[in-house]
Design a protein around this ligand. Structure first.
Ligand code: ADP
Ligand code: MG
Ligand code: ZN
Length: 605
């Protein structure tokens, strides 16, 4: 080697100097480098790739957490091509989707890597060929891709695995999209759960689990279920520097807004627009088509052939934009998606992150825009309540939704910081470089202690909650509005009427929404005769702490909430002087605290 151990610095240059680095001091390092350049035709490893490769080649269990598009496949495809002396033989890859398996196998084959797959959808002939390869004395195959059903439910395949194992030709198990193992993940699959028995059935075989789902609980659950031991963990940053984030108010003009956006910034470019329901998906497609945009739609209600056709048309550029429900996602590997628009509120920050993550996989600047209106919350709540989940799952979904709303309502914190905090990652917002709306616009804000208002609002809602009134109605009463509904019900005579007259409309909305997020108020859903969902205001489970007005509660007031509407009751001096709290809390800290509390809740439940 031409590394200098001590003394004068050696003049090493060119490719060889790389072998001086500690991560290249393994017996397999030269083979690894060669495989990177010659087989995979890549120049450099990305963060954690080489580290994970070394760990698995030394026979350790490892857990790889990388955002979508981060390059997880290489972490197991490359070691599959390199004999290490510690682990030799075939790498078995478990992957949840046929389309994913198909893409990866054909890619590997085109690179000249001997790869086979075993799935339920193959012909007997294909399968026989695969088995003869597995049983051959010296298989040339480097990787076998299987679905979890195949590995767990096919006795024939299990025999084949046992044979490989006993002949010491089984190098490692790879569980791709490993979050499917966990019931806490957003995509749980019962067949994945059974993979936990691999450890005992095939002792001594290292396991590598990979996922883009960073939720702490899911992470622990995966390692636990798979019985991974002394696992090496590789966690990459989830920040996606080339994505721009923005939340826009969803108003009547939303369609024109979308059209203008696409026509000015991304004409003839590829994009995804996510909708909350199949119906919304089709309606939006219609509206956008009429404006002349080249689009198609995709949801789980289409038959399989249509889904495949549309995905293909989009992938190959025959249509630019796809309007889709969240059914459209996993397995999409289109690199040049320039924008992801959310036309409806996502159900969780996790889902939002995954969906926006499909933009800009080629590293070029791309845009993620979420159109938000508070009412969309009710649609999702409705889905949750009518869904099939257990009480526990529903509670988690409600919590996820609250955090999602809190993200949308937030006008202060860096969007990256907010989302990454959800994944437990600390992000310095200086690194955002004004690529999110909140950093770019930099709204002036002050933190106020609103305990008086909160106490009043609780009392107000308490006194009228049996009358089936909405949150909006309560806001109007508190601001002292005089419309018919208020007068009819004589709510202008309530003691709390007009006490909040100094608030601008939007600021009052934000305050009420904050109270809902914190479960000081809650909304009770009912469906009326015409099938519309109505949400009635009630006092929430966290109200009791604030009823007496002795407990401080902070509200971040922004100064640019639009022009002040003249309030009917704005007498001079009616506004109580709000003392700016002595030590105004760092808003980011508050957001983190809230996330922490929620995570603790989830862990406890
Ligand atoms: P993931 O499974 O993490 O979502 P993939 O493994 O599918 O990501 O990789 C995403 C893209 O990144 C692929 O196009 C892949 O070729 C590319 N890629 C992976 N590693 C590297 C690397 N070291 N250098 C350049 N491109 C890479
Ligand atoms: Mg992948
Ligand atoms: Zn930012």
């Amino acid at each position: 080697s031409n590394c200098s151990q001590s003394g004068s610095p050696s003049v090493t240059s060119g490719a060889d100097s790389i072998y001086c680095r500690p991560e290249y001091q393994h017996p397999w390092s030269r083979d690894v480098r060669k495989a990177l350049l010659q087989i995979f035709k890549l120049k450099e490893f990305r963060q954690n790739q080489l580290e994970a490769i070394n760990a698995t080649l030394s026979g350790k269990d490892c857990f790889v957490l990388m955002p979508t598009g981060g390059g997880k496949s290489l972490c197991y495809q490359l070691p599959a091509c390199v004999p290490s002396g510690v682990t030799n033989g075939i790498t078995l890859v478990v992957s949840p989707l046929l389309s994913l398996i198909h893409d990866q196998v054909s890619r590997l084959v085109s690179l000249g890597v001997h790869t086979i797959s075993l799935t339920g959808s193959q012909t007997a002939e294909q399968r026989n060929w695969a088995f003869s390869e597995i049983y051959s004395a010296t298989p040339r195959t480097k990787l076998i891709y299987v679905t979890p059903e195949m590995i767990m439910n096919s006795p024939k395949f299990q025999d084949a695995l046992r044979s490989l194992h006993s002949r010491k030709k089984l190098a490692r198990f790879v569980i791709d999209e490993a979050h499917c193992v966990s019931q806490w993940g957003h995509d749980f699959r019962p067949d994945y759960k059974q993979l936990g028995s691999l450890r005992t059935k095939y002792p001594g075989i290292p396991i590598m689990a990979l996922t883009a789902t960073a939720n702490e609980k899911v992470k622990m659950d995966i390692m636990d279920c798979l019985e991974m031991r002394q696992c090496e963990k590789f966690v990459s940053s989830f920040n996606r520097p080339n994505l721009r984030y923005e939340v826009r108010k969803k108003e009547k003009s939303v369609i024109d807004d979308i059209v203008a956006l696409i026509e000015t910034h991304y004409p003839r470019e590829s994009g995804i627009i996510y909708c909350g329901s199949r119906r919304a998906c089709e309606e939006l497609t219609d509206k956008l088509k009429r404006k002349g945009l080249p689009i198609g739609f995709y949801h789980a209600g289409l038959d399989k052939d249509d889904r495949i056709r549309i995905q293909k048309e989009w992938a190959e550029g025959f249509i630019d934009i796809i309007v889709a429900t969240v059914a459209f996602g996993m397995g999409i590997d289109k690199a040049d998606v320039r924008f992801v628009i959310h036309y409806s509120l996502p159900q969780s920050l996790e889902g939002y992150y995954q969906e926006t993550g499909r933009a800009g996989r080629d590293g070029k600047e791309s845009m993620c825009i979420l159109y938000y209106c508070y009412r969309d919350k009710h649609t999702i709540e409705h889905l949750i309540e009518r869904g099939e989940g257990s009480a526990l799952q529903k509670e988690r979904q409600r919590n996820n939704l609250r955090l999602m709303i809190s993200y949308c309502e937030n006008k202060i914190d860096c969007r990256r910081q907010h989302v990454l905090a959800y994944f437990g990652e600390r992000f310095d917002k200086a690194n955002c470089h004004r690529t999110c709306d909140n950093c770019r616009i930099n709204v002036k804000s002050i933190t106020k202690d609103v305990r008086e208002d909160v106490k009043n609002i609780i009392e107000l809602v308490w006194s009228i909650q049996n009358e089936k009134i909405t949150i909006n109605h309560c806001m109007d009463v508190y601001r002292g509005m005089k419309h018919a509904k208020i007068l009819e019900r004589q709510h202008d005579r309530l003691p709390m009427y007009g006490k909040g007259s100094s608030y601008k409309k939007q600021e009052m909305e934000r305050l009420f929404h904050m109270l809902v997020i914190q479960q000081i108020l809650t909304e009770h859903l009912e469906t009326n005769g015409q099938g519309f969902t109505l949400a009635y205001a009630r006092v929430g489970k966290n109200a009791s702490k604030f009823r007496s007005g002795t407990q401080a509660i902070h509200f971040i007031s922004t100064e640019d909430e639009g022009p002040s509407e003249p309030s009917p009751l704005s007498k001079a001096g009616s506004r109580k002087k709000k003392s700016k709290s002595e030590s105004a809390p760092d808003p980011h800290q508050q957001c983190l605290e809230e996330l922490k509390a929620l995570r603790a809740d989830l862990a406890a439940s």
